[in-house]
Design a protein around this ligand. Structure first.
Ligand code: MG
Length: 122
């Protein structure tokens, strides 16, 4: 069992477990299959992160014209990026965000272009 471990990486974003960071994190949260599964819980999580100075954004592969459910459930809690058929990673970059943490039920498609939203209410 590893009881104490030190950061052996020079990258500043990798910290030993249990240490705290004052760095402002940007946390990207997916909608379908993630936030929409339990909006109340995610709302509380987002509010905790925000109260601690971190930034949360909603990132969905839905096109903007299918965004009614997203806007209704997210409201003004956090900005919404509609990636549509483009990769979420590319979409957030174009919107000026540098995401540190992704919360997504399908992490394998975050960097994938051509994802098609097939419809269906949240
Ligand atoms: Mg999803």
């Amino acid at each position: 069992m590893i009881r104490d471990w030190a950061c052996i990486c020079d990258e500043p974003h990798i910290m030993p477990v249990g240490t705290t960071t004052k760095r402002r994190l940007t946390i990207a949260i997916d909608f379908d299959g993630t936030f929409a599964e339990d909006p109340e819980a995610f709302r509380e999580i987002v509010e905790v992160f925000q109260a601690r100075g971190h930034q949360c954004i909603m990132v969905t592969n839905r096109p903007e014209e299918w965004g009614q459910d997203v806007r209704r459930l997210v409201g003004d809690l956090m900005p919404i990026v509609f990636a549509g058929r483009f990769s979420k990673a590319g979409a957030v970059y174009r919107h000026g965000y540098d995401v540190d943490i992704w919360m997504d039920d399908m992490p394998h498609v975050i960097e994938m272009d051509g994802v098609i939203y097939l419809g269906g209410a949240a």
